[in-house]
Every structure is written in structure tokens, then in C-alpha cells.
Write a protein of this length. Structure first.
Ligand SMILES: Nc1ncnc2c1ncn2[C@@H]1O[C@H](COP(=O)(O)OP(=O)(O)OP(=O)(O)O)[C@@H](O)[C@H]1O
Length: 244
């Protein structure tokens, strides 16, 4: 059985002196090769949810949070326990990230940026790297540095880099926000296709509902559920029908 990311009864909070925000995920499951679109009004916790999934935030409550397959279950809630595999190790091993605007290293070429993900994880695979460069239409610019690429090309490099080490899951936070509608649609389609080809599950946040509607993916949304004026703002993950 391919890997499946499973969350049940998971909560994560942000707090400072004046306020507290809690995101609740009653139930979320993302399978290998599956694409999930994440939406929700500004401030409902989309980035926080993606940070939780990518082990950048420690959950405050967990019934189940793990990656399961036939051969093993990796308990993601235990990565903060001393002596366990660290969040950074598990993150580098299991996840790829596509940030809002590239996040590429400016002094490395396209190929070197993509290859870095393989060398960090110890998963060198020149054939897969060449496949990604080809599928993402980057063959003609592979020797160039990010500064001489268009924004759309940079996002395609970021997609290739996120998938280069064959992660089980890809987390994309507003990956097309900086692109014009045509380039956004191309990049979104490629992200979904390339992730599926690599057998990776992908979760993509976007404000652009019309863009998400172009692709046949499962949809989840965050909604604010706290009463107005409540001491703690609370948001919750809801499941929606795919519209495409
Ligand atoms: N230190 C903090 N303490 C309490 N609440 C916080 C803190 N930092 C951020 N928040 C709140 O957490 C909520 C979730 O933020 P997050 O950035 O995840 O939302 P988002 O849905 O990604 O927003 P956007 O669509 O505008 O990017 C926001 O309402 C924000 O105001």
C-alpha cells in the first residue's frame, strides 16, 4: 500500500500576549498521487495548516498524525520527542515544498538548484532529474541562474526541486500567487501532473477558486468557527465537494 498521510483530532495553536488562534483538523487524509486543494478566507490558518503538515509547527493535541503504508507507520507526532528522528530529518526525507515565490538559491543554476534536493536527502537520481526538467519544460534554461528566468520559469524550477528527491508528499503554499492567469494555470497543472507521476500526494493552498476549479482535485477549506469577540479565535478544516 502506498503511503497515506493521516490526521485525526489534530490541533495547533499560535499565541502571543494579546491573542490565541487555534486550528482544528478533525479528519484529513492524503494518499499517494492524490491532489488536495486548500482554500479559506485570509487569516483562517492555511499557512499554519501547511506548516503543521510539514512539521514546522508542533501540534498541541493529536489523536492520530502519521504516515502509514503496508510496511510501517511513521508517527509524526513523536518527532518532537527527544531521541526520535528529528522534524528536520523527517521533513527532508518525506516532504517537498513549493513556496509562494521560488525560494531558489540565486548563485546556483537551474540544474544545481534541482539537484540540491537530491544530494541533501542522499537520493541521487539523474534520470528522474532529467525527466522533471523535460516535463516542466526547463531544458533550454537548465544552465541559467534564477535571476535570468521569468517568474513562471522560476516556479517550474521550484516544482522540480520539490519533487527531485521523490518525497511522499508535496506541500505548496500559494504556489501560483505571483503568476499571471495563464502561467498560473500551466504551473498548477504541471504541479499536479508531476506529483502524480512521482506518486506523491500534494496539498496546494490557493485564494484562486477559479484556478482550482480547473483541476479535478479534492477540496478542503478552513472556516472560522469561533464566536465574534471570543478570547480565542478558532478555525476548522471542512471537507468540500470537488467542483471540477
Ligand atoms: N503569534 C500569534 N498569536 C496568535 N495568532 C496569530 C499569531 N500569529 C498569527 N496569528 C493568526 O493566526 C491566523 C492564521 O494565520 P495564517 O497565516 O495561517 O492564515 P492564512 O489563512 O494563511 O492567511 P492568508 O490567506 O492571509 O495568508 C491568522 O488569523 C493570524 O492573525
Amino acid at each position: 500500500m502506498p503511503a497515506r498521510l493521516i490526521l485525526k483530532g489534530v490541533e495547533v495553536s499560535l499565541a502571543d500576549r494579546e491573542r490565541r488562534f487555534t486550528l482544528s483538523v478533525p479528519d484529513l487524509s492524503i494518499g499517494a498521487g492524490e491532489a488536495v486543494g486548500l482554500t479559506g478566507p485570509s487569516g483562517t490558518g492555511k499557512t499554519l495548516l501547511l506548516e503543521l503538515l510539514g512539521l514546522l509547527r508542533r501540534p498541541s493535541a493529536v489523536t492520530a498524525f502519521g504516515i502509514s503504508s503496508d510496511t510501517r507507520t511513521l508517527d509524526l507526532a513523536s518527532v518532537w520527542t527527544p531521541g526520535a528522528q528529528s522534524p528536520a530529518q523527517v521533513r527532508a526525507d518525506m516532504f517537498g515544498f513549493v513556496p509562494q515565490s521560488g525560494g531558489l538559491l540565486p548563485f546556483l543554476s537551474v540544474t544545481e538548484n534541482i539537484h540540491l534536493a537530491q544530494s541533501i536527502s542522499g537520493r541521487e537520481d539523474a534520470a528522474w532529474q532529467d525527466h522533471l526538467v523535460g516535463q516542466l519544460g526547463l531544458g533550454d534554461v537548465r544552465q541559467l541562474r534564477p535571476g535570468s528566468l521569468s517568474i513562471g520559469q522560476r516556479q517550474r524550477v521550484a516544482i522540480a526541486r520539490a519533487l527531485a528527491h521523490r518525497p511522499a508528499f508535496v506541500i505548496a503554499d500559494e504556489p501560483t500567487a505571483a503568476l499571471d492567469p495563464g502561467a498560473a494555470s500551466t504551473a498548477m497543472g504541471l504541479l499536479i501532473d508531476v506529483a502524480a507521476t512521482g506518486g506523491a500526494g500534494v496539498i496546494i493552498s490557493s485564494h484562486d477558486l477559479a484556478l482550482l476549479d480547473q483541476f479535478p482535485m479534492r477540496r478542503v477549506a478552513l472556516e472560522l468557527v469561533s464566536a465574534p469577540g471570543a478570547a480565542e479565535a478558532r478555525s476548522q478544516l471542512m471537507h468540500q465537494e470537488a467542483l471540477a
